[in-house]
Design a protein around this ligand. Structure first.
Ligand code: FMN
Length: 101
């Protein structure tokens, strides 16, 4: 399983890396801001994707990234981790966008 994340201050990166360790995965984690990330996603069938809740929603940068590369998500198993401070709002339901692209 490959890790993919967007993380402003590092909380989400930490959680994705902890999840991979607990899952027993030997794969690393890439930020969506790294240019190799897309190529790494293409090569895997199973992903964990982490993002922080921002303004009770999925961050725009993550939404745009998913929508900009619709082909790479097709047929994959995607486990989503959303980190938050207090109130998740609609941020987790918006994760369904991974299955709608
Ligand atoms: C611009 C901004 C908006 C945020 N909005 C929310 C929110 O609506 N609800 C919430 O519970 N936490 C909110 N948070 C807190 C983050 O989701 C939380 O601190 C998260 O763990 C940060 O992860 P990161 O270190 O990977 O960026 C917000 C943080 C930022 C910077």
């Amino acid at each position: 399983m490959l890790g993919i994340y967007f993380s402003g201050t590092g909380n989400t990166k930490f959680c994705v890396e902890k999840f991979l360790e607990a899952y027993g995965s030997s794969e690393g984690a890439f930020s969506i801001e790294e240019k190799e990330a897309l190529h790494e996603i293409e090569r895997r069938d199973e992903l964990v994707i982490g993002y922080p809740v921002q303004y009770s929603s999925i961050p725009k940068i993550v939404r745009d990234y998913v929508a900009a590369h619709p082909a790479v998500w097709k047929g994959k198993r995607v486990f989503v981790i959303a980190t938050m401070g207090l109130f998740s709002g609609d941020a987790f339901s918006h994760a369904s966008l991974f299955s709608s692209v």
